[in-house]
Design a protein around this ligand. Sequence first.
Ligand SMILES: Cc1cc2nc3c(=O)[nH]c(=O)nc-3n(C[C@H](O)[C@H](O)[C@H](O)COP(=O)(O)O)c2cc1C
Length: 331
Amino acid sequence: MTAPIHRPMQAILDVAAAAALRAPSVLNTQPWHWTAHERSLDLRADPHRQLTGLDPEGRMLTISCGAALDYALIALRTEGYPARVELLPDPNDPELLASVYPLERTPAGPEHYRRYQTTLRRRTDRRPFGPEPVAEDMLAALTEAAFVHGVHVHVVQDHQVPALAAAAGYAAAAELADSADRADLRQWTRRATGAADGLPTNVTVPGRPRPVPLRPFAEDLAGKLDAGPGDDSGTRYLILWGNQDGRRAWLRAGQALSSLLLTAAELGLATSPMTDLVEVPGTRVALRRLLSWQGHPYAVVRVGAAAADLGVPAAHRRAHDDVVTLDGDRS
Ligand SMILES: Cc1cc2nc3c(=O)[nH]c(=O)nc-3n(C[C@H](O)[C@H](O)[C@H](O)COP(=O)(O)O)c2cc1C
């Protein structure tokens, strides 16, 4: 009988950080960097990957990092380690977004393995969804998935959809009219062949009329993914929101967004975030109106039944060594 292989904690933290590369991020910028210490894992924002036109405050960058944190914690839990997390642990080090401290080993259960498997197959699906309605108990499960992180979900009501559609049209036009926003969109949708980040054209769909328009990404971007037979007639729109609007709240929003997207995938639902509505200040106000002014919107997610038979190709990810540093000098 062979003895169990003992792996140092730093190697396990390294695996968790690498697994977080699969997390969703705005325009697939993957704007984070991890340092695996001997007994803790640090998550930092990568300011060089911030969208300076679309995201001057770093809202989407921070939400993306929150999603990566959720993915890392899922991988760590699957390795047998629950963890304690400190958000923004050092006021003098603003790029340090979170430190993760593994707790005593507790074997993972089937639900942890299932969630980890879901991180491998979840994709953003921008194709129009089918006419099947999203069941109320599924909407309740998505709401619960976000609320675990203290984030609320508003399910846009049918009578609010025209206002959401008008806001989406306005957000798209506003970003295309702004030269700094356009520069960001061009930079991250026109990566060289084989690039490890940004949006490839095989995951975006050709523009077509929909009840609520999707962001066009760039004026002349020709999406190559077949849009399929859907018409978005059964699609629901969820607004993630909370009482605070700042970096701590955005990190929690990212964890909640990840949790909601993964729960949706486990329920067999397709999703895509629509955050131009939050990026543009004027449409952020329009979303607040839909929330009856009760909080701050973090993201909009469309959810529905995938109408196409084929899956969505995976968007590329950066290499492990670009994103994770191993450091032995702290325990
Ligand atoms: C904070 C955030 C904002 C996003 N905004 C949008 C968006 O407005 N439109 C869109 O189609 N996808 C959006 N996405 C999805 C990303 O483009 C997607 O996660 C990334 O390209 C990686 O692809 P994947 O999700 O299929 O792994 C967003 C994701 C995050 C985390």
